[in-house]
Design a protein around this ligand. Structure first.
Ligand code: PNS
Length: 159
């Protein structure tokens, strides 16, 4: 059984993330969306809130599970028997960062784990959680940048 991990902050989940999850789920028997809990950051949503939101968006994909983790990604991978870690690439800038992260992680994985890169659909290549958050916080429209369910929750939170 192939277990894949798609990890990130997802604060909030964007349409780009959703597209990645759908495509990554086709590559493995089980895909876990791993939400990082980073105590040094002040997120818009707690990890548990993000988990509930992502579960709703992914409810139609039977082989997707959502989990939260903290600490080193490689420890989480080693402890949970993942054989691939899926990352999305939007640009050259992503590539520089992702290459070094994949190479450091490769030294830390206990078993044979591959980092698999999927190119972002061009419709979503300009979207990031931080930009979506900034536009939303300043009153701009982020319709089509984040899934409808996420937008609804963001509006409720800020009401
Ligand atoms: O949402 P992001 O910013 O793309 O997620 C990046 C993430 C969470 C995958 C990355 O920051 C990470 O793996 N953090 C866990 C800490 C870690 O393992 N650091 C060493 C690799 S650089």
């Amino acid at each position: 059984m192939t277990r894949g991990l798609y990890a990130g902050s997802f604060d909030p989940m964007t349409c780009g993330h959703e597209d990645m999850i759908v495509r990554a789920a086709n590559l493995c028997d089980e895909l876990v969306v791993g939400i990082i809990e980073n105590p040094s950051k002040k997120p818009m949503f707690t990890a548990d809130e993000r988990k509930v939101m992502i579960e709703k968006v992914c409810s139609g994909i039977p082989n997707v599970k959502v989990d939260c983790f903290s600490g080193l990604l490689a420890d989480y991978v080693n402890e949970n028997g993942f054989s691939m870690v899926i990352r999305g690439l939007r640009s050259n800038t992503d590539f520089e960062y992702e290459l070094s992260m994949a190479q450091i992680n490769a030294r830390l994985y206990r078993d044979n784990v591959e980092t698999v890169f999927l190119m972002t659909d061009p419709h979503y290549s300009f979207i990031s959680s931080s930009m979506a958050k900034e536009v939303f916080t300043l009153g701009g429209s982020i319709e089509g940048l984040v899934p409808d369910e996420i937008l609804k929750t963001m509006k409720n939170k800020c009401r």
